[in-house]
Design a protein around this ligand. Structure first.
Ligand code: F2R
Ligand code: MG
Ligand code: MG
Length: 300
């Protein structure tokens, strides 16, 4: 199975399922309480959050312009924003500023001087990976362009590149040596190098690291460097297990469950394909599958 439409659909649906199934467990007691009230559509289907909404925005822009048009994507992010999707606090401010007419470059450093290092860029990169995985230079460049609109910080951009590279390898059906070399070369912040070194060693030794060690060494938080390596590790550790087992494990780690679920789910789905995902109805499932099919058809 190499780059089939089922892998594309698996990637985007895996993302949305990881997000929707993880969302009830994200954050602290307050966030969980709120999600109990707003976490279902009017038809009773599980809703997804900002992770999936922003990925849909990226997919729609790619399909329209065949590249990341940053002004158009910034405007789309701002237009799609809804408080009930649980966006990150910094992202809300950036998107409101863009909506009020501030250009995205100025808006992106308003909240944090060097830009946000949240995981909001990494969580929405899967459509970029589906579109550009055949050309690594283009993949990395378009990933940066999609990230920096709201996440100018180098750690956020490294995190997005790492998820793009992981999906690219998943589509090939192999996480070989070149994957680890690319990660080290293109996501070179020391904190990422250190974490990628750890997960490579754990996976190669077949070490089934416990929850406490994963949270302590890799993280389960809302920043890119506290969640991206975690998601890649879980996706690879569970790559030959069921999606249900993967999600159960992500939930058990607590913290940023929807986003670790979305990123790990996208990698797992790109590798295993849509037919191996559980047949669960979620919000706009058909539209998500349709976007994946269109990307498969229209990618360069
Ligand atoms: N917002 C949520 N979940 C509700 C809160 C969860 C809970 N409190 C928890 O901590 O687990 N989820 C959604 O937000 C995440 C994506 O966030 P994004 O788009 O990256 O937002 P933001 O605000 O830009 O960054 C997140 C936070 O990271 C810290 N931070 C970022 N850059 C910083 C910098 N340069 N200096 C200092 N701090 C920085 C801030 O605390 C930001 O608010 C996903 O989980 C999504 O599901
Ligand atoms: Mg979310
Ligand atoms: Mg989250």
């Amino acid at each position: 199975m190499q780059n089939t439409i089922g892998q594309y659909q698996g990637c985007l649906l895996g993302l949305a399922l990881g997000d929707a199934l993880g969302a009830p467990y994200e954050g602290g007691p307050f966030e969980r309480f709120v999600w109990r009230i707003i976490g279902k559509t009017s038809d009773g289907l599980p809703r997804w959050t900002d992770d999936t909404q922003m990925s849909i925005d990226v997919a729609e822009i790619l399909l329209k312009y065949k590249a990341i048009d940053q002004i158009e994507l910034a405007n789309k992010f701002a237009q799609s924003y809804q408080w009930s999707r649980g966006y990150g606090p910094g992202a809300v401010k950036v998107l409101n500023a863009i909506k009020a007419g501030v250009d995205w470059k100025s808006a992106s450093t308003r909240q944090f001087k060097n830009g946000s290092f949240g995981n909001g860029a990494a969580m929405r990169t899967p459509p970029v990976a589906l579109f550009f995985h055949k050309d690594i230079n283009r993949l990395l460049d378009e990933t940066r362009k999609a990230a920096e609109i709201t996440h100018a910080h180098p750690l956020a951009i490294d995190g997005a590149k790492a998820i793009s590279l992981a999906i690219s390898s998943a589509l090939k059906g192999s996480f070989d040596d070149s994957f680890w070399i690319d990660l080290n070369e293109h996501c070179s912040a020391p904190i990422f190098r250190e974490k990628f070194g750890l997960i490579k060693a754990w996976l190669h030794n077949g070490e089934l690291v416990n929850h406490q060690t994963i949270v302590k060494k890799l993280g389960n938080g809302i920043s890119a460097h506290e969640s991206v390596a975690t998601a890649i590790y879980i996706a690879m550790r569970f790559i030959n297990c069921s999606f249900e087992e993967l999600i159960k494990f992500v939930i058990s780690l607590k913290g940023d469950v929807d986003t670790i679920g979305a990123m790990a789910g996208a990698i797992w789905g790109a590798y295993n394909g849509v037919t191996n995902l559980p047949n669960i109805l979620i919000e706009q499932k058909d539209y998500i599958l349709q976007l994946a099919s269109l990307i498969h058809e229209q990618k360069p």
